[in-house]
Design a protein around this ligand. Structure first.
Ligand SMILES: [Mn+2]
Length: 381
C-alpha cells in the first residue's frame, strides 16, 4: 500500500468517526479551478490525496467518500479510487448535476465560516467555499460551517501523516546539509534560492516560497530573495521545506560565510539555547502561549527579548501554517499528542543581522519527538 493510500484510509476512518459526533449526514467540499498546487483545497486533498486542477467535489456520507473530478484528472486520484468512490465529468453541467444528486436533502458540513468566528477567519482552507458555490449547494442541502470539525480533524495528525512528515523533514535535512556546497562568494540571494528550488523539486514540492537572506537582510524575518550579493564576511539565513506525501516540512538554518563576529556568536547561541530549552519542556497540557513565553523569558535573560518579534512556532501539516494549536502569545489551547509544531525563535537586530533556527516536532505522550534538528554550531561556508 502506498503512503498516500495509507494516509487516505486513516483520514477517511477519522472523518467517519468524527462525523458521528455532529448532527449532520456528512460533509461536502466543492472546489474551484486552481492553478497552484500549494494553495487552497487542502481539505479536498485531505480526503482525495491530491489537489484538483479543474473544479471538483468531495462528498462524505454513510461511511463513504465520493469524489467527482474532471475526466482528465482521473489519473491523479488513483490512490483515492482504492479507498473511495470516484465519479468523473466532462462538462461543468455534469459536475453540477452530479453534486445536486449526491447532496440532495442532506445536512452537510461545508468549508465556510461565520464572520464572528474571528480566530478561524484567517485560515483560507476553512473558508474555501465561495459564496456562489454556497448559494448553489443551499438550493439542495442544509449547510453548517465545518470549522470546528476541520480543526479537530487536522490538528491531530494520523500515524501515516507523521510518517510522511518524517520523510519530508529527512529530505529537507539532506538538502540543508548539501547547502554549503551550493554557496559561492559573489552569488545573489536569488541564485541560491534557485539552486535550492532545484534540490527541493528532486524530492517533492516547496512547502512555501523559500527565504534566502544574506548579510543585513537576515534581520528581516520574511525577506524575499533579492539581487543582494554575498560578500566576504556575513551570515546567511535559509528558510525552506520539502512538501512530501501531502505534508509540509519547514526548517530555518543559519550559515556564516567567513568568520563570525563575537556579536553574531552570542546571538546564535542564545537562539539555539532558547529553542533547545523549549523543546525540552514541551509536552501535552502546555498551552501555546506558555510555550511562547518560555522562549521569551529565556531570551530576556540574555537581553534579546525585545528583538524576538514573531511567534515561536505554528502548526505544521498539509499547510505550512496548518490548522491546529500554534506556539504564540494568543494560543490558549493545550498541546496534545500528535500535534505537530515548529519551534523557531529568532532575534533580529535591525539593519545589522538576524538569527532564526527552526525545528519541527511532534508532541508525544511525554514530550516531543524532534523530526528535524538544526546543528548547535555555526556552519561556516
Ligand atoms: Mn516556520
Amino acid at each position: 500500500m502506498s503512503l498516500v493510500e495509507r494516509l487516505l484510509r486513516e483520514r477517511h476512518e477519522r472523518t467517519f468517526k468524527l462525523l458521528e459526533s455532529y448532527e449532520v449526514d456528512g460533509r461536502v467540499i466543492l472546489t474551484r479551478e486552481v492553478s497552484s498546487r500549494t494553495t487552497l483545497d487542502t481539505n479536498f486533498e485531505y480526503l482525495m490525496g491530491d489537489k484538483n486542477v479543474g473544479a471538483a467535489a468531495a462528498i462524505v456520507h454513510d461511511g463513504i467518500v465520493e469524489g467527482i473530478v474532471h475526466e482528465i484528472d482521473k489519473g491523479m486520484f488513483e490512490a483515492f479510487s482504492n479507498v473511495g468512490k470516484l465519479y468523473t465529468y466532462r462538462k461543468y453541467e455534469e459536475l453540477l448535476s452530479r453534486i445536486k444528486e449526491r447532496v440532495k436533502g442532506k445536512t452537510l458540513l461545508a468549508d465556510y465560516v461565520e464572520i464572528e468566528e474571528n480566530e478561524r477567519r484567517a485560515f483560507s482552507s476553512l473558508n474555501a467555499l465561495t459564496s456562489a458555490m454556497k448559494e448553489f449547494l443551499e438550493k439542495y442541502a442544509t449547510l453548517k460551517p465545518a470549522g470546528e470539525f476541520v480543526l479537530k480533524l487536522r490538528g491531530v495528525k494520523t500515524p501515516g501523516e507523521v510518517e510522511a512528515l518524517k520523510k519530508a523533514t529527512e529530505y529537507s535535512r539532506e538538502i540543508a546539509e548539501e547547502l554549503p556546497n551550493m554557496i559561492t562568494e559573489g552569488m545573489t540571494e536569488r541564485e541560491l534560492a534557485s539552486k535550492l528550488y532545484a534540490e527541493i523539486r528532486r524530492y517533492g514540492e516547496p512547502s512555501f516560497p523559500v527565504i534566502v537572506a544574506f548579510h543585513e537582510n537576515t534581520a528581516n524575518p520574511h525577506h524575499r530573495p533579492s539581487y543582494r550579493r554575498l560578500e566576504s564576511n556575513g551570515p546567511i539565513l535559509v528558510d525552506f521545506g520539502v512538501r512530501y506525501g501531502t505534508m509540509c516540512a519547514d526548517t530555518t538554518r543559519m550559515y556564516y560565510h567567513g568568520s563570525p563576529t563575537e556579536d553574531y556568536l552570542l546571538v546564535h547561541e542564545a537562539v539555539y539555547e532558547a529553542k533547545n530549552y523549549v523543546e525540552e519542556h514541551l509536552k501535552p497540557g502546555i498551552t501555546g502561549k506558555e510555550a511562547h513565553e518560555m522562549a521569551v523569558e529565556y531570551l530576556r535573560e540574555r537581553g534579546y527579548a525585545e528583538y524576538f518579534t514573531h511567534s515561536l512556532g505554528h502548526a505544521l501539516g498539509l499547510e505550512t501554517h496548518d490548522i491546529g494549536p500554534g506556539l504564540n502569545p494568543y494560543e490558549k489551547r493545550k498541546l496534545e499528542p500528535f500535534n505537530v509544531v515548529t519551534v523557531e525563535p529568532g532575534v533580529y537586530l535591525p539593519k545589522r543581522f538576524g538569527v532564526r533556527l527552526e525545528d519541527d516536532v511532534v508532541i508525544t505522550e511525554g514530550g516531543v519527538e524532534r523530526l528535524i534538528h538544526v546543528p548547535k554550531t555555526v556552519i561556516i561556508v
